[in-house]
Design a protein around this ligand. Sequence first.
Ligand code: AMP
Ligand code: GLY
Length: 419
Amino acid sequence: MRILIVGGGGREHAIAWKCAQSPIQPTLFVAPGNAGTAALGENVPIQATDIDGLVAWVRGNAIDLTVVAQDDPLALGAVDALQSCGLTAFGPTQAAAKLEWSKVWSKDFMQRHGLPTADFAVFDERSAAAAYLEQTQLPIVLKPDGLTAGKGVFVCATREEALQALDTIMESRAFGESGDRIVIEECLRGTEISVFAFADGTHITPLATACDYKRAFDGDAGPNTGGMGGYSPAPFVDPETLDYIHHEIMERTITLMAQEGHPYVGVLYGQLMLTNDGPRIVEFNVRLGDPEAQLILPRLQADLVTVFQAAVDGRLDEADVTWDPAATCGVVAASGGYPGAYTTGYPIAGLDALDDDALLFHAGTDRVDDTVVTAGGRVLIAVGRAANVPTARQRAYDNIARITFENAYYRKDIAAREV
Ligand code: AMP
Ligand code: GLY
């Protein structure tokens, strides 16, 4: 079996790593991949957003299954393009992926079905949005409608901040067309968790939970990033709450998507706030999280290739998917300056100095001659595994400390509150 994984980050390395353990023994290709995925298969020099290039390559290379792991190719219709050529792809269609790529559509979907989420208003004109902000309660949250690589959410404590965020989105147009429309929503308070389920259009698997640290610096200071580390599972979620999230949020969303004519196949990722009034949806994403994939896939007690196949065949109810109750914790080493500007090309030392049971997933790395060098903002993640989060945390930190490169930084407080 020949599998192409589309993407080039830590998530895609984790997917390739898990597929490489399959008894089916697939031949793996990753586009564009990184130095980590190159050790598990062949990197294909095609960008994840080059849909025509991907389709042509898949047709020419007898690929049996394409796993579209990243949000932007899904939003561009990569799955539709592959399917229209009779090719098999794992991931939601462009219409189903709207749950992530249009915040307005997603919020309207939640509202018309009474799914629990923050109250909101939508504006396509700056003046009307500004008038609304003059009288709204604070704090308040502003989000552009479209994709923003995780950088588009503004949680504003003052009216001045909110008006400034509005200008950033609608006047300076920092997010381009993504800012044609804006969602202004209630600020939710509580504990944030990520939940994941595989979906086949009708059925979902049991959920995996994780906690992600989105801010760049310790104490949740600094700008939002793609995620600087985290742990899995979230041990504080009680079974009753998890059951509610499974049936009333995740499964119901899959049922409703099918009823609305957009059957959802792929990974559904719910970003939830556990509030005093129960779990509420911050947003949906249509793929595995990064770094959450690196935390949950090591806990998956099933063959991932079989799960992908069952999902595209609509047979997930027959798949035996369970999650190891043991914990993982991961710490990301990033390039100094990330999520702003940073320099790449620095050699990475210590890659062979890890403990046998620790995992290292590459993200922004590349191989130049015989040297692995930095090639992105988030460079790699060390993942510790243990019976509980505190021990997993200790292992992650023991191992990330052995990896060095120029200007590296990592958060020192990942999972600290869990200890
Ligand atoms: P996102 O880009 O949607 O993942 O949002 C980034 C972060 O902003 C989330 O992880 C939350 O911590 C925060 N956030 C987004 N929406 C809200 C909200 N309505 N209330 C409180 N925090 C929010
Ligand atoms: N870790 C957040 C995300 O993947 O969107």
